[in-house]
Write a protein that binds this ligand. Sequence first.
Ligand code: SAH
Ligand code: F3S
Length: 480
Amino acid sequence: MRENSNKKINEQQQGKSLIAEQKTGNKKKVYIESYGCQMNMNDSEIVASILSKQGYNTTSVLEEADLVLINTCSIREKAETTVRNRIKHFNSLKKQKPSTKIGLMGCMAERLKDKLLEEEKLVDMVVGPDAYRDLPNLINELEDGRKAINVLLSKEETYADIEPVRLNSNGVSAFVSITRGCDNMCTFCVVPFTRGRERSRDPETILEEIRSLQKQNFKEVTLLGQNVDSYLWYGGGLKKDFDKAPEEVKQKAVDFARLLDMVATEFPGIRIRFSTSNPQDFSLDVIKTMAKHDNIAKHIHLPVQSGSDRILALMNRKHTVEEYKNIIDNIRKYIPDCAISQDMIAGFSTETEEDHQKTLELMEYVKYDFGFMFAYSIRPGTAGAKTLEDDIPHHVKLRRLREIIDLQQKHAQYRMEQFKGKTVEVLIEGNSKKSDAHWMGRNSQNAVVVFPKTGEEKPGDFVQVKITDNTSATLFGERV
Ligand code: SAH
Ligand code: F3S
């Protein structure tokens, strides 16, 4: 859940303050800060939508907020430490304006529950990822002077009927969530505990949301889920109960390849992305569907975590390196110009130098376009924490991580060079960060492209750009 950057190692540590232009008569103000994955960003948009019906507009000015919401991440220890440090800053805010209420949402809220209220005295409200519909009641409790908490996980909640308020939007690309939760139980991962069991959203509500985005002139949607390839709609309910469904229900089920096909067919003018794919659920059908539709972006984020079969088994990733390479070969066969990106974990329990070398070897095989790389951070409550020892010294983890990042940097440079001299289609997102005389956009492969304005294009336009130069993170060119 991702940005195209090879430099950012810990991409998810920075909180993002989220606002939207809202011209409603709402009087109260909510300040929302979001940490972690794209799913969290999208959840914040759902929360903004729920709160706008309760009289709240978003604000970017912390001091004028009646309600401060922090959407938190638990994926690594550092993500939690960042949020705890951030909470300390609210001390002076509360002194200035004691009526300001502070709420924590998201994965930390779910993981720590009422302990968060005990440990963080400044916090008034704790809300888990499946409980956002209850916010109006929780806020009522706050207004009555009580602390409030709801961390119930749900078997059905997909917020299917709630149209997110697009926060910090460039007006060009938007997130649309298609699944919630995850059943995969990778032994290092806290997500199944904080986001609950996996469930899919009714495809008709997904199409409806994209229709609305199309009317508002959005040109790109990213279909979101912890594990999108495992998407399965058979009338509602948990993924794990599908086997028990009657035969006629099974016949009509919509899987991810079918959903992609439906979206790509109905919206030929919209570029479609998706994230994240788990190799064990990734099917040849998805690759074929991508090859069939020009408007499905040629990029697959396919985290592998390690290049060693022994470590993959310990991580409970249900595929081997050979099977993973097979998927890569198929992607290259059906979609030769497809970008592939990774997530890697350095220094998982018992990882030897030999295992680490296997990771580097796999990277050499794939030559990923970009990636997100992390040192293993043991998470309380996971199978990894219960049954395995966090036995790799910190400095060894960091050294291995550095080697992985350096190799990725080299491969990114190699992949970006391949675009030189080629003409690529770019969807313009807005001004380049460094110069108002240049546009910034992305090509189908998700590479950032910067080029001079000619005065004849605007954000949201698809334009042809000939690439003349590159760094490992950016392509430069000119319109043709
Ligand atoms: N399916 C998810 C992946 C979960 S989190 C998604 O949609 O993005 C993203 C990445 O964080 C994982 O792929 C993994 O590389 C990393 N990660 C998860 N738990 C971790 C841990 N305990 N320590 C270090 N990295 C971790
Ligand atoms: Fe986590 Fe594995 Fe699911 S990384 S989100 S348990 S696919």
